[in-house]
Design a protein around this ligand. Structure first.
Ligand SMILES: [Zn+2]
Length: 407
């Protein structure tokens, strides 16, 4: 359900004088090849109205520019092909000849490069070039691009594909705080340390507007002009909410990865979806998986772990004694008849979520669980009107939320 993620890792190269000149020569060969390919393209098109593709160009350049690794050459042709494709799809202007200033990189698409002991990179046609490996690469390397910056420095940029399945196997950052996160509807998210993140007011208001617009639409006559107008109005509202929500998701994800080293979430499963469907009339499961995607993406960028755990019974089990305390969705407070533990329902779930993190991580991380957190940190609300608050005092938080008594 969470897509593969492509990330770019950029490292400074420290080439010798000789390597520097090889890199430069290859770059210029690629540029010449690109310009020659473009010229050929123009000629062919002018005389017989035939466009060229990368395959034809590969054939043409097979025996030319011998100093360049074959796959790098093919990648140049691919680049030209893409330029034309973008032009024909009206995404960019007609491809132009490139000057030295405009052509600054070449790419090894699959092979021809190899990292050696995290200190050097072996490049076909260049040799072993020193590289400053300032951060570890997570995931599978797909391509390696070499880029000359405007300041005349060479960089290796690895494009990495990340499988979001084995989140727990990633190296961790210095933050050793682990937290569980429960996604809710009334409250957007509850954390095992007692923090709750409310849905922002603007989203709630927008949802109300959408409902109203939908109701209006249902009263319009089918096929009428007014109905059409109302449909457009509704579509615009939807678009606005989508954007607002996305921004909100990014802000929350950002805040989370900056504050925690490990974030445990529930694995999105049919069971999870059903639980949330019942709760949600406005929020869709698409929005939830979008948030998880964004969180995962932000987490990889900050080297924070996001771990998915089995969501079974996370809201029913008492996080203190482990017994099952059945409650339906309207019951917002977990109150354990066995051990007496009283807690907001979602925070109880969040504690269960963080407790399911595999043992090997339990030694490395401090588990931020409700009641065990020593400090009360006041959270600055994110720029929007998002209400973010930390509730060490559970009772008041529960009363705040429901506005009624605990039972
Ligand atoms: Zn209990």
């Amino acid at each position: 359900m969470i897509d593969k993620i492509i990330l770019n890792y950029k490292y400074l190269l420290q080439p010798t004088k000789q390597q520097r000149s090889s890199l430069w020569n290859i770059l210029q060969s690629c540029r010449h090849q690109y310009n020659e390919g473009l010229e050929l393209w123009n000629e062919c098109y002018e005389c017989c109205k035939i466009g060229l593709n990368a395959f034809m160009l590969n054939e043409y350049f097979k025996d030319k520019y011998q100093n360049v690794y074959s796959q790098v050459k093919q990648n140049v042709n691919k680049r030209l092909e893409t330029s034309f494709k973008n032009f024909f799809d009206k995404r960019s202007k007609y491809p132009k000849f490139k000057s030295k200033n405009q052509y600054r990189s070449f790419t090894y698409p699959q092979s021809g490069f190899k990292l050696i002991n995290d200190k050097k990179i072996k490049l076909s046609g260049i040799g072993e070039v020193k590289l400053v490996y300032h951060r570890p690469i997570i995931g599978k390397i797909k391509t390696c691009a070499l880029k000359l910056s405007k300041t005349n420095k060479w960089y290796a940029i690895f494009s990495v594909e990340v499988e979001p399945d084995n989140f727990f196997e990633l190296p961790n950052n210095k933050n050793t705080n682990a937290v569980g996160l429960d996604i809710g509807i009334k409250t957007f998210a509850s954390l095992s340390d007692g923090t709750q993140i409310d849905n922002p007011k603007f989203l709630v208001n927008s949802f109300k507007k959408i409902k109203r617009a939908q109701r209006k639409l249902s009263h319009k006559k089918k096929g009428s002009h007014n109905r059409k107008k109302q449909i457009i109005k509704l579509a615009k509202l939807h678009e606005r909410v989508t954007n607002q929500r996305k921004n909100f998701h990014f802000q929350i994800a950002h805040w989370l990865v900056n504050n925690y080293g490990l974030i445990a979430v529930e694995k999105l499963s049919p069971q999870f979806m059903i639980k949330n469907h019942k709760l949600a009339k406005s929020a869709s499961d698409i929005a939830i998986s979008q948030f998880f995607n964004i969180l995962t993406y932000e987490a990889y960028k900050h080297q924070t772990l996001v771990g998915q755990i089995d969501p079974k019974n996370t809201s029913q089990i008492c996080s203190k004694c482990g017994k099952i305390v059945l409650k339906d969705l309207s019951v917002r407070t977990h109150q354990c008849p066995y051990c007496g533990f009283v807690c907001d329902r979602d925070i109880n779930a969040a504690i269960n979520i963080v407790d399911r993190v595999p043992d090997e991580f339990k030694q490395k991380y401090n588990f931020l669980r409700n009641g065990t957190v020593g400090m009360t940190e006041t959270l600055t609300p994110v720029e929007t009107s998002t209400a973010v608050f930390e509730s060490k005092d559970l009772k008041s938080s529960v009363v705040d939320e429901t506005g009624s008594s605990l039972l």
